[in-house]
Design a protein around this ligand. Structure first.
Ligand code: DHE
Length: 521
């Protein structure tokens, strides 16, 4: 009888094993993660090219939505679709894994930063004028993501001056100090590098975070601030040698912490604007020696013994409550208003002087506000931006905040650019079958006047103008066959082509330092 029972049980188990994948093979989520995810998100889930995958950083993403992201990919990111490689059970197992807390998230405070700090060249060992001949104001830094290099390009001759290695996976535009001599880079894994253009040498480096978004340099050139996804913090560095000054934990008044979407310098206000990802607040951090009224240094959970923060008045914070999260935003030229959108929500206008949201803006799809530009159209101020989900450029009246034109494009776009001296605005079609197309829009008629195909079949993206607005530089965003294509910005004819390795962005010293209306800041 016992033998019979045993045989019956074994048979039942065998039958179940055939019909139920859960029993037939237990899914090894760790192995799946290492095979499919680790290359971009790092083997320990702390983030690399892709963001950190930890419950602390996924608070806004429901599990159902996470399943969709793994299955179908995520718009406007490098996240590909996995539905052909993984079955439903495997995707679910991966989702469960990324929502499982790590035993311990590494602490990254002043001590850890100091241990990573590298001084490559001391200021006294560096010449205080350029060691090459070129117009300093018309130089470009070109970031080449393909092999993690940057090229210093002469904007008059379009000849490369120097090519040098960068940290792995830079993200966000490099930022110049006030006179353009120094340029600061941020990598997604937290490394901040200071490069001396005069001497073509790195000055210093430090790891300011584990998973970083971008950096900003104060208009007086004294400070660098770094926005982090992990830890939930902002790091303030001395711009001279990148030594760390202060770590500000990003928490609301109840102790809820947040990733930082991005940080920007608000030069006329002597402050930094900080967009937060997980709490409905926008921060303004004063870097003035004496912060104005309404700023406070109190941060929930402050511990004096942590050594990371202090209660000194310097870098005090002003919190502005927002109606929805700020995933993407555009700052007006006077730094008084911010137009922000949440990834899945509609837009709002914040007035920094009033300290609150003043109106809603109807911006469906996924407008790419950090790539918006502004100009004067028929006597009024307008701004325009590409859309990451729809094939359109949206033009907004900046007084009424009404959409005045939706310009059809051949697909969703990522970057848009112009120049005060150019009649045209350029926008790419970054996504879809027409990714090799670049539209040129007449700012006076709001019509597409020319559609260029710089390298048929290859992604073309990200335009930047020379200092005088006479030439527009377009990237061919490919590792093989990548290039910078220089166009005459009036005739729209190609004048030169320089091979480069996936040139993700190019940054003109004059246009950036003077905060041209035609480019990002
Ligand atoms: Fe970016 C700038 C956010 C994905 C290339 N990107 C920025 C900035 C923000 C931002 C907030 C402005 C910071 C600055 O310049 O100081 N980017 C995001 C995202 O949230 C998003 C959608 C998801 C993510 O992975 O973080 C994202 N970005 C990408 C990419 O996939 C791109 C195309 C390739 C890459 O490098 O990973 C990309 N982002 C860029 C570039 C800039 C940028 C080239 C600088 C643009 C400029 O001209 O100023």
């Amino acid at each position: 009888m016992a033998i019979f029972r045993q045989l019956f049980t074994q048979g039942l188990l065998a039958l179940l094993a055939v019909n139920s994948p859960a029993i037939a093979e237990t899914i090894d989520a760790d192995a799946l993660y290492q095979k499919h995810c680790a290359e971009c998100h790092s083997k320990d889930r702390l983030g690399a090219m892709g963001p950190a995958l930890l419950p602390e950083n996924l608070k806004r993403l429901r599990k159902k939505a996470a399943i969709k992201v793994i299955s179908e990919g995520r718009a406007a990111t490098q996240m590909p679709t996995f539905q052909e490689k993984l079955n439903a059970a495997e995707i679910e197992a991966l989702v469960d894994l990324v929502y499982t807390p790590l035993k311990q998230i590494p602490h990254w405070g002043l001590a850890e930063m100091r241990a990573s700090h590298l001084i490559h060249n001391r200021p006294q060992d560096l010449a205080d004028k350029p060691i090459f001949t070129a117009d300093m104001w018309n130089l470009f830094i070109v970031v080449e993501l393909g092999d993690h290099h940057a090229t210093l390009l002469d904007g008059d001759t379009f000849e490369p001056i120097h090519r040098f290695p960068t940290r792995f996976a830079l993200h966000g535009g490099p930022k110049y100090g006030p006179n353009g001599r120094f340029v600061y880079f941020a990598s997604r894994d937290g490394w901040i590098s200071k490069f001396d253009i005069y001497n073509l040498k790195y000055v210093a480096e430090i790891r300011a975070g584990i998973n970083t978004r971008n950096l900003a340099v104060s208009a007086d050139g004294r400070y660098v601030i770094v926005a982090n996804y992990l830890p939930h913090s902002l790091t303030i560095l001395d711009a001279v040698d990148l030594s760390p000054i202060k770590v500000i934990p990003v928490v609301d008044l109840h102790g809820n912490s947040s990733r930082v979407s991005a940080v920007y310098t608000a030069a006329p206000r002597e402050s930094f604007f900080v967009a937060l990802k997980d709490i409905p607040e926008m921060w303004e951090i004063s870097y003035a020696d004496q912060p104005p009224l309404g700023f406070s240094s109190w941060v929930h959970g402050y511990r004096e013994d942590s050594g990371d923060i202090n209660l000194e008045q310097q870098f005090a914070i002003r919190r502005v409550q927002v109606k929805d999260y700020l995933d993407d935003f555009f700052i007006t030229q006077d730094y008084v208003q911010i137009i922000g959108t949440a990834r899945d929500g509609s837009g709002q206008v914040l007035d920094l002087d009033l300290g609150r949201a003043v109106t809603k803006v109807d911006l469906p799809g996924m407008p790419h506000l950090s790539s918006a530009i502004s100009w004067t159209y028929q006597g009024r101020q307008v701004m325009a931006m590409p859309n990451i989900k729809e094939g359109e450029v949206t033009v907004l009246d900046m007084e009424s905040w009404q959409v005045i034109k939706r310009i059809k494009t051949l697909g969703p776009g990522f970057f848009m650019r112009s120049h005060e001296k150019s009649r045209y605005a350029w926008v790419d079609v970054f996504f879809g079958p027409n990714k090799d197309v670049m539209h040129v829009i007449d700012k006076e008629t709001l019509e597409v006047v020319k559609t260029l195909r710089p390298s048929p079949g290859k992604t073309s993206a990200h335009v930047e103008f020379t200092q005088d607005g006479r030439y527009a530089l377009v990237s061919i965003w490919e590792k093989e066959g990548g290039a910078i294509v220089v166009y005459d910005a009036n005739t729209l004819k190609e004048v030169k082509r320089l091979p480069m390795s996936k040139p993700s962005g190019k940054y003109n010293v004059h246009n950036k330092v003077t905060r041209s209306r035609g480019t990002s800041h």
